[in-house]
Design a protein around this ligand. Structure first.
Ligand code: AGP
Length: 360
């Protein structure tokens, strides 16, 4: 398997580098002959038929699901619930009349998600699996499959699969919105291509992220990730990445929620990574950064270009407001990678973890 890794020291680094290519592959895979984005007609009908989508997933795939909710609600106007699979199976919420269940799973083998699929099939509801692995258990057992086209992901910490999940969810929501006659003012294909280039820009300046990791996390015991709206969803993923490979205790929070308790944990020098990509809440999140800084935190603002700069440590290339997760997650992945490297952690195979969790 050293051959597959090529000259890379770790699969994780290779897989992060592949992210622009993965987005371009997704554009190709979901392009019609006429050049429009498209999905399988039966899947489109299932999405159009549903009065509510139930996204079921675990870990990083759950975090992608949170973004998917924003896409289907904001682009297509379809209400969405996102559930952690291990919770949903034993504590099922009230269901709508015409639900469609969407299982997001890189491996297609996660037992927690599969047990929900089995129950949902018994109830007779339609199911769709979004997975990276054709022929995987959840793909075979669901009515429909959308593939991620990310290529094999070997590192335990999911990176390119998350980006692929977010991109495929965007495509599915966009195609559904168009088919339903929703007036969308952007061309998703073009916006995805811009996002791919934005990711490349960040990857090309890895040394900046290595410096940030060294500066903020070399001796840190804990770290916080904050954001609002879609940035909050990405902050959860940033925290999970850091936890699983560097073993630094990390939590993602909604910026406004900190003052309701967690701010008590802020000490002199506590790293706080703040994502600022959403115009509508940029002043609010910047205010939250000031609150923690006033209590001694060491804030690292990662902002999108053009979202009123103010003491930003990293400025990321501008993309469509809905697609910012594709780009904003990349610096967080790289910071986690370098933090783990500096601590001599086994980046590709962190302790206590398996690539796919096939037990409940
Ligand atoms: C991510 O970095 C994880 N190691 C983990 O949370 C993973 O996303 C989760 O176990 C779900 O896996 P799946 O996507 O293969 O179902």
């Amino acid at each position: 398997s050293d051959i597959e890794k090529g000259t890379y020291p770790h699969y994780m680094l290779k897989e992060m580098d592949e992210q622009p290519t993965v987005i371009r592959k997704i554009i190709q895979a979901y392009e019609s002959e006429a050049g429009d984005l498209t999905i399988d007609a039966a899947i489109l009908h299932a999405l159009q038929d549903a009065d509510r989508l139930y996204i079921i997933a675990a870990g990083t795939s759950y975090h992608a699901g949170l973004i998917g909710k924003q896409y289907f609600e904001k682009m297509a106007g379809i209400p969405v619930e996102v559930h952690i699979s291990s919770e949903f199976g034993y504590n099922m919420p009230l269901l709508s009349e015409k639900p469609l269940f969407i299982f997001i799973t890189q491996s297609g083998e996660t037992a927690d998600s599969r047990q929900v699929l089995v129950k949902i099939k018994e109830l007779g509801y339609p199911t769709l699996t979004i997975t990276n692995v054709p022929g995987s258990t959840l793909s075979r057992e669901a009515d429909h499959t959308l593939l991620l086209h990310a290529g094999p992901e070997i590192a335990v910490a999911s990176t390119k699969a998350y980006v692929a999940q977010v991109a495929v969810l965007a495509v599915a929501a966009y195609v559904t919105a168009k088919a339903n006659g929703q007036g969308l003012e952007f061309d998703l294909k073009q916006e995805l291509a811009i996002a791919a280039n934005g990711i490349q820009t960040i990857i090309d300046s890895k040394d900046v992220l290595e410096d940030i990791a060294e500066d903020y996390l070399k001796i840190a015991r804990n770290a916080f990730f904050i954001g609002r709206n879609i940035d909050f969803c990405v902050s959860l993923e940033g925290a999970l990445k850091l936890k699983e490979i560097s073993y630094i205790q990390a939590e993602g929070f909604a910026g406004g929620e900190l003052k309701h308790g967690t701010i008590a944990l802020i000490e002199e020098g506590t790293p706080v990574f703040a994502l600022v990509t959403q115009e509508a809440v940029s002043l609010n999140i910047r205010g939250n950064v000031k609150e923690v800084a006033a209590r001694g935190a060491y804030p690292c603002i990662i902002a999108m270009a053009g979202v009123d700069e103010d003491g930003d440590r990293l400025v990321i290339p501008p993309v469509n407001e809905l697609l910012t997760p594709l780009v904003s997650v990349v610096p967080l992945q790289l910071i986690s990678y370098y933090a783990a490297l500096h601590r001599r952690c086994d980046v590709d195979k962190p302790r206590n973890l398996a690539k796919s969790v096939t037990v409940e």
